[in-house]
Design a protein around this ligand. Sequence first.
Ligand code: PMP
Length: 411
Amino acid sequence: MNIHRADFPILNREVYGKPLVYLDNGATTQKPQCVIDAITKEYLNVNANVHRGVHYLSQEATRLYEEARETVRAFINADSIEEIIFTRGTTESINLVAASFGEAFLREGNEVIVTEMEHHSNIVPWQLLRSRKGIVLKVCPITDEGRLNLEALEQLFTPKTRLLACTHVSNVLGTVNPVADIIRMAHAHDVPVLIDGAQSVPHMPLDVHALDADFYAFSGHKVYGPTGIGVLYGKQKWLELMPPYMGGGEMIGKVSFEHTTFNVLPYKFEAGTPDYVAAHGLAAALDFVSCIGMDKIQEYEHELTRYAREQMALIPGMQFYGPSDNAVISFNVAAPPLGKAGRGTSLIHHLDLGTLLDRLGIAVRTGHHCAEPLMHRLGIEGTVRASLALYNTKEEIDALVAGIDRVRKMF
Ligand code: PMP
């Protein structure tokens, strides 16, 4: 039995009278009691707007908010708190960079490289910038095994390349990209790199300093924290040169109708009242996983992923997509052959499979997973995705395998 399950109250519930088997952690993770408590206690005892009041509660809320920033800094090993910007999540972090870095450094004809395995969050912001500024979007292809084609990537750099935006871990294929090598390659061409860390931060230790990433984005809710809070890490040398993303309270120095000056980092990028309670909740989540140890979590999930792939591979008609290096297993299943003619090689529709698994209490994701260009590359409409977290167990994998087999036999 997994000793950490007891920390997650929701895992005790039933759905359709069956024990919940929650395997949709790539979409969002469940919250441990300590995160729920941190949020509840702040609303019960502290709540006041941050950075604004001379009064006691405001100062205490501000202290908790800034302590949360320091917790994030230490967790990812950034050099300073000036480099930690609170956002609503990965999506907002990437949009911030596209808008602000784009405003400062990108001109018509400049090139941004993305990859074929990106989430829409790391495609569409660059397309919006393309409409505004006439930049060129170049796409690094993947291999048939679901890995980035690094030789092809090397060929994409030109003197006009201004940024590489790449995911650390694919939310569909489970590929862990060799981001340290990719960053080294880009820097050799004088190109800064943004890493989408939505699917990496919950599953492995991270050291942005050692990685030498220029920007690194992630979401709190995928790492056992609350919704509505995320992080953009950015090297100070870039953030200093970038204009504000949004205007409003907190991000200003002095305001008059003629002229406005802006606040120092990181506040320049935090217009309006931030979700300070969620930031505190995120810090509780990061403390929670740090206490377990990110290396231990990685090891455990790695073993669980390996076990799941092994057991699922025994199901007739199983088709995997990608290498599932880490916690993400995408698949489809062929329906059993129809009689002797053996015509039944068609796939069970991912939505049917997901819906029937749900009736057995098993929560998986189905569809294109916000990665439609990747689906085009794979030549499919969608997959079923089981995505794991530190609280999942081999028994739950067994339930998934039995569930898939049962559904398969219904077809
Ligand atoms: N990038 C990747 C790789 C993701 O998996 C996700 C979430 N599915 C996102 C970005 C977007 O995260 P959020 O919706 O929390 O902003």
